[in-house]
Design a protein around this ligand. Structure first.
Ligand code: HEC
Ligand code: HEC
Ligand code: HEC
Ligand code: HEC
Ligand code: HEC
Length: 392
């Protein structure tokens, strides 16, 4: 009985399923890890067409190149990553691959990284450029891309044209690096990276709104996320209830809802969002004892062995910070604030690496990474109400 039912379901879903299977099969080949070396370029290619460097692609694809250069994908081999990789021996291939399969996945990038680790000098090395165009688009020197958005030019195309596949318009393309698979690290019943699964159980998946729809609108190569205040504002709604004074007590409320983020807000264990209401004295200083705050984050211990709390907001979910605190005699204003620390976890990690003895070769890189990780914090929302305003 069970088998017959199964057969019926298969017939009904076959057309849909085969498109899904094709995408699955393509992605399995495309993201086989490690990615095989590209080999020799076809004879017909010019030097420019055989180059895997983003500069070369950019000489013809200027728009994608300009956008990509400002994205975090292009900085995926920054000081925080390199500062840790320089401690690994160039021969420890599997250790290196554990990191670069997401940060710089081409075989040619592994080769230039290992050359650097052996002390070899090179300029504009491919691994330094992080997640390059070719990592997503080129296999065996063949270009792969989404179905064309406009009719292609007539005649012979550069790099012998391209193979188009809807896999590029599918969120599973991103899941390769943004979702841990069945063998990935699980903490408190949830994979450490779980963005695709969070998205799958959201209304966006049901409506067919893929990762690309929000992170690559009109096929832009910007991939803005929590490091960008404007992008983060698009994903949430902040509603303040203005402060009021009753019987010597200040009351106020700040609510935050995940109204437009296609997964948990935030999705990773690395950022932290701090929601605060407090009273200020005349010199704009926080008055001790008047602060009330809540954290929105998946908080973990530094060694990732423990999940301390998970207060992230699933799509559609709302949290409120209620304030009811006696008015302090020094208070001149009340402040409502939402602060985003995109690299909160890394700040702690870099500090603990710098505390370790003996300090390794990566010390200057880690120092730079620490500075960057502190510098990426910003106020998503900041509102100050003068007390005179409230008393009126
Ligand atoms: C000499 C110029 C030139 C160079 C260099 C070049 N391309 Fe192209 N590429 C083209 C042209 C022209 C097309 C056809 C696009 C069209 O007509 O709209 C194309 C098409 C593509 C497509 C298919 C776009 C789609 O609609 O799916 C991809 C992907 C692509 N190139 C990636 C790359 C990458 C990655 C590099 C560097 C490794 C690169 N190209 C280097 C000129 C170039
Ligand atoms: C992280 C993977 C990734 C990287 C890195 C990347 N792309 Fe893409 N690219 C995509 C995806 C995915 C699409 C399709 C987006 C969609 O359909 O919404 C795309 C689309 C394109 C297209 C077709 C644009 C159109 O309007 O039809 C071109 C051309 C292209 N990429 C070139 C490049 C070049 C050049 C670089 C480097 C400067 C680059 N890509 C870097 C994933 C990537
Ligand atoms: C499954 C893909 C994946 C693997 C494997 C991976 N990373 Fe990452 N890494 C990411 C993603 C996605 C981010 C951005 C999100 C975040 O901050 O957590 C990131 C961010 C980082 C950052 C902070 C951003 C920056 O550039 O400074 C560091 C440092 C880092 N990874 C180091 C490593 C190291 C070291 C390894 C190997 C032990 C590694 N990663 C393995 C996907 C991966
Ligand atoms: C080959 C692995 C890989 C693929 C494929 C990939 N990413 Fe990433 N992505 C990364 C890494 C690594 C980082 C972190 C870069 C860093 O800061 O070091 C990242 C960063 C990001 C960020 C920046 C988030 C922030 O912290 O602000 C966004 C957004 C993002 N990716 C979206 C996407 C989307 C959408 C796709 C699919 C079209 C995609 N990525 C495909 C590896 C990948
Ligand atoms: C409905 C729009 C939407 C969809 C769909 C969506 N995102 Fe996001 N994403 C956002 C917004 C807004 C942010 C910034 C707020 C935040 O960090 O949660 C974000 C942040 C991120 C970040 C930054 C890191 C972090 O901790 O938040 C990554 C990485 C990311 N998205 C990847 C993806 C991937 C992969 C998919 C598909 C599985 C996806 N997103 C689907 C809107 C979307």
């Amino acid at each position: 009985m069970k088998q017959i039912l199964f057969a019926v379901l298969c017939v009904l879903t076959v057309s849909n399923a085969s498109a899904q299977d094709e995408t699955d099969a393509f992605l399995k080949r495309h993201w086989a890890s490690p990615i095989p070396s590209q080999g020799k370029a076809p004879e017909s290619y010019t030097l420019l067409e055989s180059s895997l460097s983003p500069d070369a692609c950019g000489s013809c694809h200027a728009k994608q190149y300009q956008d990509w250069r400002t994205s975090l994908h292009s900085r995926a081999m920054g000081p925080g990553v390199m500062g840790q990789l320089v401690e690994i021996k160039s021969k420890a291939v599997s250790e290196l691959r554990d990191c670069i399969r997401c940060h710089a996945p081409l075989a040619e990038q592994e080769a230039s990284l290992r050359k650097q680790l052996r002390g070899g000098k090179q300029t504009a090395a491919l691994h330094e450029q992080g997640l390059v165009c070719a990592a997503c688009h080129v296999r065996s020197h063949v270009r792969y891309g989404p179905p064309p958005s406009k009719p292609s030019s007539e005649g012979q195309l550069p790099h012998d044209g391209f193979v188009s596949t809807p896999a590029f318009e599918d969120g599973r393309f991103c899941a390769t690096c943004h979702q841990f698979g069945a063998d990935g690290y699980v903490l408190n019943g949830k994979p450490l990276e779980n963005t695709y699964a969070e998205w799958q159980s959201s209304p966006y998946a049901k409506q067919g709104q893929q990762c690309q729809g929000c992170h690559m609108p009109e096929r832009q190569h910007l991939w803005r996320g929590i490091h960008d205040a404007e992008m983060t504002r698009k994903g949430i709604t902040i509603s303040p209830t203005a402060p009021a004074l009753h019987d010597g007590k200040l009351s106020a409320q700040l609510t935050i809802s995940n109204s437009g983020t296609g997964h948990d807000f935030p999705t990773y264990v690395t950022p932290r969002v701090v929601v605060q209401i407090y009273q200020e004295s005349v010199d704009n200083k926080l008055i001790a004892g008047t602060l009330r705050e809540k954290i929105i984050a998946r908080q973990v211990s530094m060694d990732l062995s423990e999940e301390l709390a998970d207060t992230r907001l699933a799509p559609g979910e709302l949290m409120a910070l209620d304030y009811l605190v006696p008015l302090h005699s020094d208070a001149t204003a009340i402040v409502m604030r939402v602060r985003v620390e995109p690299d909160y976890y890394y700040t702690g990690l870099y500090r603990s690496l710098l505390d370790e003895q003996p300090v390794g070769k990566g010390i200057n890189l880690i120092r730079m990474a620490l500075k960057n990780s502190i510098g990426s914090a910003y106020d998503l929302y900041f509102q100050r109400y003068g007390l005179a305003q409230i008393r009126l």
